[in-house]
Design a protein around this ligand. Structure first.
Ligand SMILES: [Mg+2]
Length: 120
């Protein structure tokens, strides 16, 4: 299975990638919402989940999530939102938009692995 990590911070992408390394998952990094769609075009139906940062310049993670859910080809891919926003309304907005999970930054490696295991 392939997983896309979408975050405008390369440091954050690498943190998540390193945490997932023992799982043997192929990681695809995307620096923007636009890149998520570019990578999906390349990797097609082999993408099993998308980790999505909420705050990204240009297309936000929430906007990207909404576009994915409107797209026949991609609407069934689980999207896991990762954000510094922890207010309950943000969590419910993400859920209503179709996010499968929600993790708040900062998180420990343990929390991240638990989140991954329970989400995909
Ligand atoms: Mg960000």
């Amino acid at each position: 299975m392939k997983v896309i990590i979408a975050d405008d911070s390369k440091v954050m992408r690498n943190i998540i990638q390193n945490a997932m390394r023992p799982m043997g998952t192929e990681i695809i990094q995307a620096g923007s919402g636009q890149e998520v769609f570019e990578q999906l075009e390349i990797h097609g139906g082999k993408v099993g989940a998308i980790f999505m940062d909420w705050n990204m310049p240009g297309m936000t993670g929430l906007e990207c999530l909404k576009l994915l859910k409107k797209n026949e080809k991609y609407k069934d891919i689980p999207v896991l939102m990762i954000s510094t926003e922890s207010e309950d309304d943000k969590v419910s907005i993400a859920r209503e938009a179709g996010a499968k999970g929600y993790l708040t930054k900062p998180f420990t490696n343990e929390e991240l692995i638990k989140f991954i295991n329970s989400s995909i």
